[in-house]
Write a protein that binds this ligand. Sequence first.
Ligand code: MN
Length: 163
Amino acid sequence: MKTQTGTFGKLLTYSLLCSLFLGVVNSVMAQTVKADGPTKATRGPSDTFTGTVWVTSLVANDSTYTTVAGSVVFEPGARSYWHSHPAGQLLLVTDGVGYHQLKGGPKQVIRKGDVVKCPPNVTHWHGASPGSSMTHLYILPNTEKGIVNWLQAVTDEEYKATR
Ligand code: MN
């Protein structure tokens, strides 16, 4: 009897103890996995976006993380108005080809995989190119400083400019 439980029994006991240990560690280390979103995509308002834009909120603001995040789909030709963020913004391009421009700087092509850092209080816009939609995630940190200050529309001339 004793010999039959030998190696296999020890392995079984060992693996049970391991899973018990990992289970305890896991429950102690558990992070808050709570979906703030995704919310249903809502149409970007026509007083802050030109063309068809879909905004999906993924992380709602709260006092601990003071961060909001989400995803925006710009259909071809669509773009934001000029605007700035009091604490800056990170853009992570997840699909398509689009543009990003800081006021006074060149219009830059952005593609899937690109990461854009918009510095605090610097006026800029972002959007799709004429021939492709563009999707980016946005992360807005330090929301206690504010989230966004909207300005005027990006004109067709500005949109089409090569610089
Ligand atoms: Mn922005």
